[in-house]
Design a protein around this ligand. Sequence first.
Ligand SMILES: Cc1ncc(COP(=O)(O)O)c(C=O)c1O
Length: 430
Amino acid sequence: MSIIDDILSKTDMDEIRKETEENYRQYVNPFALRMFKNASLDIIEGKREGASVWDISGQKYIDCVTGAGIFNVGRHNKEIVEGLKKALDTYDMGGWISIVRERGILAKKLAEITPGDLKYSLFCCGGGEAIEVAVKLARGHTDKTEIICMENGYHGVTGFALPATGRDVYKQPFAPLTPGYRHVRYNDIGAVEEAITEETAAVLLEPIQGEGGIIPADDAYLRQLRELCTKNEILLVFDEVQTGFGRTGKMFCAEHSGVNPDIMVLAKSLSGGLYPLSCAVFTEEIAEFLMTHPFIIINSFGGTSLACLVALATIEYIENNDLPGHATRMGGRFMAGLSALKGKYPKLVLDVRGRGLMLGMEFPEDSIGPRMAYQLKQNGVISIYTFNNPRIIRIMPTLVITEQEVDFVLEAFDRSLAEISKQEEKNAAR
Ligand SMILES: Cc1ncc(COP(=O)(O)O)c(C=O)c1O
């Protein structure tokens, strides 16, 4: 029996759990295992389908984490899986020191669907790496060094991305970091104006801050930012790693404001949840930097044949099934239900916000986010607080979630909030 047959054929769930947890304890990361348990995310994924994931024990959950936006097309999307299987009959990953046909087709498709004059794509595997590409292109193109980014933003933890991430706890142990990054208040155009110097190469931001607590940028702010950047010959970079591919009710979040960035960073759902891929998409003008240095930013695994085929099938699925439209409709249903819960539990729920199916609920104190995650899990839903702001619990299901499943999640929220209200009353009476 091959190793894969052996792993896939095991059915004793207690044994699998014991073996997996022991491997984590001994060989992966015992502290991560403890954190998963504390965050009520100690699920060992078994079956995955549509909006749901099953623990190996067979317990079903609606997935409202989705790897912070990886599974827009649904968990284990059958159509895309079939496409990948067909591709695997003929293809391996493809060599990177050769010309990759599928990469060209995908880059052309991305040029068609991304807003404005975005045209060229440079591929890598993860979101942080694609942010690095954006920073390098901005510096290379402008011959300037400074990147203005946002307090509480999240852009990953790799070399050129980490300094842009707006939370010190990720950065302190690794100092000195790449210099030249300035953080300003989000949604504050005056703060950007003040931070601009002769050395400013780019402004980098998420059009909705994900890990910062599901905070949408105002459309007017983004338009002002565009004007300011154009006036000062500064590049505008949108990190659409979480917001891209239909999540917010448009193919890309930038479309809500009508603002066209100079560079857009894409990852997570570009992979179809099946094959890692990320990229920075940029204008022809910026691409000129690569003319003299065509291989200055390279990546062995970025934009492989298989990854590009999966990404093309993913985009096709999003378009054919109008997932942005569906996200708008299901997001509206969620917002109505969550707003009603805000009215029902005014002491517990301070705010509900977001766009499409990128939603968050805000609590008055840090401890409630993790407690909500625990309660939700008891009620068949997995979710997690946002990493830079534990007062917010995210609601980021797949974009194939049905009306019935939305209602199921809303009921789980209702029951969880009722339980926490009871606990709070008991605590207050002590
Ligand atoms: C907005 C945003 N940018 C960048 C990243 C980094 O992506 P990765 O973890 O794939 O490096 C993330 C990851 O969650 C993200 O949410």
